[in-house]
Design a binder for this molecule. Structure first.
Ligand code: GLA
Length: 414
């Protein structure tokens, strides 16, 4: 399937490990001492519900960010990556939300946020960090949460901070909100850290309780196909923040701490008290929370082949009530339905990015072709279509020679 700078081909963890080690050596002139990986995520259902204290059902995917690390003694943190020649350098003593910027804020911001969360950063050493990734940027697959997850896990273990994964997600979100400046919820960081093979994770974003929900896709010969529209979104500005503000206005007007406190019975009152636009934003959140729980019940009772109605209804609600879809996403969802998907919806924050289709594996290739043909006919950029597998969350990678099957790497790591 098509490759482009924005949508790198899938590499597999071992290839990413090797690239991270090589890149690290080229950037910093010595070998790293440990390797860490964090996946991207797809949200199966529950969109914009996280910052409303509601329910989400994401899963980690088989696309990863890998980070090579070497500790240093002078409290400097230096970061570099395969997507820039730049090396950004900052002392741990100078860390603050304001002192970090650009892409390195995702990494440096997490170190700062760990301190805010109570980590004693006064005595930790410095770090050199080098990052590679096959998660497309701007595709709604949480390349940023993968950066936050990978550095969180690494410093937690290397510095013995003792945070559990839920707290690492909280730290990652704080970095995203306050250091990067994107007003997101907790979903992406949680998915990246808590994902389990063949499963999605049900997250109650108020209590932060989670439940692993097995998807059983193989049993039903189903796959999840992502269509990256290559319409790039940006969550630090614009529509995402506006949706969040509408939800806050709705909750304030209706006299509840958050929209999580409302159910279908409140829709009448909401319609009376709110202007039409705010009402539709609120209706999306109320019905989306219902759909998440309904989908989990359906999945557990009847299997993944039965969850199409909830997926489809979620997309309609995002298109018409929350208004975060774009024509390219709508087209990709229509094409998926035409080709015979069980269900399809846009995934992630919206205003671009990707849609997902749950579909019998025998139809996946036909779906990819149909998407490309439909996009060409509509005059849109060629989409990138690929299958994702629900995968494990962030991990430390085995490293020390034998596990990295690349002679160049073995030489470097000796
Ligand atoms: C982005 C944010 C998440 C969530 C989704 C929408 O991915 O990072 O916190 O709000 O959008 O569901």
């Amino acid at each position: 399937m098509t490759d482009s700078p924005a949508t790198p081909a899938p590499k597999g963890l071992e290839e990413l490990d090797a690239a991270a080690v090589r890149g690290f050596a080229a950037a910093f002139g010595e070998a790293p001492t440990s390797l860490w990986a964090a996946p991207g995520r797809v949200n199966l259902i529950g969109e914009h519900t996280d910052y409303n204290d509601g329910f989400v059902l994401p899963f980690a995917i088989d696309r990863h960010t890998v980070m090579a690390v070497r500790e240093r003694e002078d409290r400097l943190v230096r970061v570099s990556s395969s997507f820039t020649d730049e090396i950004v350098e900052l002392s741990i003593d100078e860390l603050s939300a304001e002192a970090v910027s650009g892409w390195s804020a995702y990494l440096l911001g997490v170190i700062w946020a760990a301190g805010v969360q109570g980590a004693d950063l006064a005595r930790v050493p410095g770090l050199d960090l080098y990052v590679v990734s096959d998660i497309p940027v701007g595709a709604g697959l949480s390349s940023s949460a993968a950066l936050e997850g990978v550095v969180g896990l690494a410093i937690d273990e290397l510095w013995g901070l003792g945070f559990d994964r839920r707290t690492l997600a909280v730290i990652g979100r704080r970095a995203e909100n306050e250091a990067v400046g994107a007003p997101t919820g907790i979903m992406d960081q949680s998915a990246v850290l808590l994902g389990r093979l063949d499963s999605a994770v049900l997250i109650d974003c108020r209590s932060l309780e989670t439940r692993v929900v097995p998807l059983g896709l193989d049993d039903e010969e189903l796959v999840i196909v992502v269509t990256d529209t290559r319409v790039e979104h940006e969550h630090a500005t614009g529509g995402y923040a506006a949706r969040r503000a509408s939800c806050e206005l709705g909750a304030r007007t209706l006299g509840v701490p958050s929209l999580r406190d409302l159910g279908p019975d409140d829709l009448g009152r909401a319609e009376e008290l709110l202007d039409d636009e705010t009402f539709r934003r609120v209706r999306h959140i109320i019905t989306e929370n219902e759909r998440v729980l309904d989908l989990v019940r359906t999945l557990e009772k009847h299997g993944a082949g039965a969850i199409g109605p909830q997926l489809d209804a979620s997309h309609t609600s995002m298109r018409d009530d929350f208004e975060i879809s774009v024509p390219e996403l709508d087209l990709s969802v229509e094409v998926a339905r035409r080709v015979g998907a069980v269900g399809s919806r846009m995934t992630g924050g919206g205003f671009g990015g990707s849609s997902i289709a749950l579909i019998h594996r025998s139809k996946a290739e036909a779906l990819a072709e149909a998407q490309r043909a439909a996009f060409a006919e509509a005059g849109y950029r060629e989409p990138v279509v690929f299958t994702v597998v629900p995968s494990e969350g962030a991990v430390r990678r085995p490293f020390g020679g034998a596990s990295v099957a690349d002679p160049a790497v073995e030489r470097i790591s000796e």
